[in-house]
Design a protein around this ligand. Sequence first.
Ligand code: IVH
Length: 683
Amino acid sequence: MSSEIKNTLPQQQNVARQDVAQQIAKLREKIIYYDEQYYQENASEISDYAFDMLLKQLNSLEDQFPELRTPDSPTQRVGGTITKEFPTVYHDHPMLSLGNTYSQEELSEFDQRVAKAIPDHHYEYFCELKFDGVAISLLYENGILSRAATRGDGVRGDDITHNARTIRTIPLKVKGNDFPPRFEVRGEVFMPLSAFETLNQQREEAGESLLANPRNTASGTIKMQDSAVVAQRKLDCYVYALVGVHLPADTHEEAIHLLEKWGFNVSPTYRKCPDIQTVFDYVNDWEKRRLTLPLDTDGAVIKVNSHQQQRLLGNTAKSPRWAIAYKYKAMDAATVLEDIRYQVGRTGAITPVACLKPVPLAGTIVKRASLHNANEIARLDLRLGDTVFVEKGGEIIPKVTGVDLDKRPAHSQPVVYLDHCPACGTKLVRKEGEAHHFCPNVEGCPPQIKGRLEHFIQRRAMDIDSIGKETIAQLYQTGLVHNPADIYTLSYDDIHALEGFKDQSTKNMLAGIEASKQAAFENVLFALGIRYVGRTVAEKLAMHFEHIDDLMAASYDQLIEVPEIGERIARSVIQFFENEDNRKMIAQMKEAGLQFAIKKNASDQESTTLNGKTFVISGVFQQFSRDELKAKIKSNGGQVVSAVSGKLNYLLAGDKMGPAKRQKAESLGVTIITEQEFLNMLG
Ligand code: IVH
């Protein structure tokens, strides 16, 4: 709490608190409005920056008045809580699993069991898809999400409330007022296929190992210790059950409609079915259609609709007698492994690829499947000539899931993993803790060189769409381009001399290269292809350091100070900039006029009052948070640095600043100013 508030009389304190409470309520209302607009209608009336500022303002008020921070505040969505170990929680009602069937006969048998158990009843079914993710239980008390838990062993699970709050489609507060004081909602947390693909693409770009499938990724993510990382992972959640005593619904259908009304995310794929025949229609209908959905599903769930009948049917120890899962057969096929080829990525990582006897699978002909790395080949004990099973899940590339040992040819031998680079012949290395083998010939290995060039020109980097993959190959083969900076030395004659280039295409390419000089600093930083620096990390680094020179000069400690920059990224950045060839390349690019500093948005710039002035911010402040002060300094032309030195202009001192810092500033003759004096400087 700020000292100003502390030193006032109790009545005044209340007034101040009331004002703040009102301010907080207004901010929340605004943020929730923009948030809903963004996530549900894909529209926004304000800039991302303005939105972040609202959120920051709210966060800072909640920091000052922690008692006003409620669990339904939008600040709770961004995460930031680190959990070492998740507390164990007991479920109010056990989380059961479902009996499985794989055939329509078994489904008929289920229907007969139901008919027999409630002989005098007319009953209906409610069908849903079975979403492939991880089960979650959400507890609401007085309309506020008070606890979220994993299934665990069904009786007790992990309390993952902080992580669940970051999932935008899980309401922190229920809409309306016709809900019971305490109720539980069950659902499935999943990673949409598009989010999974983007995540893997980013990992690939950053030279990280790929995640196996959306289901495992969702289940790993929901149990991550850092909720800020969870917030970035774009998880989603479909709910499929309302649980509790005295529910205001007589049927599952009514419960689902209530959940929809209260603002929960219900997949619109359900259907009420009057009899088992209609259930067959439902499962048949969705067998193919489910592949067009934005998430993985592995079956359908058939539930007796009436709650009273559900109670009459009851449960076995493990699963309800009133529901069953109908599992679709995994889309798989058996075929012969003819060869294993090895690809070399831009980071030198070697990826083995299975070459298969072509086989039809889920509408396409499969000829290749990813094998990830040497461990995967050993795990499957793959041998050439083996009949293997390939499966197509959410991933675009099919995977080998197993071997049909009965069909193994006699005298087959385990695969001996490659030990020299297939492209340049250099001996491969495998560093401790790495799943991949690497070709260390960074400067001379053609696929690595071409890979870096392709990475550099791609849309999310320099966006030179007038250069294609084939042109890269030509530019490399003719010796015109070896590293990305060489692209900026190309002349009209160089390009015109290439095969297939006429006057107009040459001019187009030159224009594309010229235009790329305006690509933003974060694009350039990403384009450099520093290992582990994907698009998001590049943005974080660019925003924090603002200029390549500052980033290049940054120490390990300064790097890990940046939110979300860990040890591994920091080391990789340092290693990249230590390399003499990389430094030369950057100098060449600077010369060519590429952007190596962030461009300030004119509207974010308030004044030039602090131009050329440097500040260190230390301590706790009354009117603004440190982040806000930092933003103010920058938007008025000043610069924020971390260490007090003789060159420093101002030490902006708040409460609780360490005496050592003050002493150092005093001894170096640095001007020490208070928050108010700083604000006065800005007029
Ligand atoms: S109902 C008591 N409905 O499937 C029955 N479960 O073995 C509770 N699941 O891990 C489950 N989609 O998380 C139900 N539409 C759906 C579902 C669904 C996916 C998952 C559930 C659980 C497993 C059941």
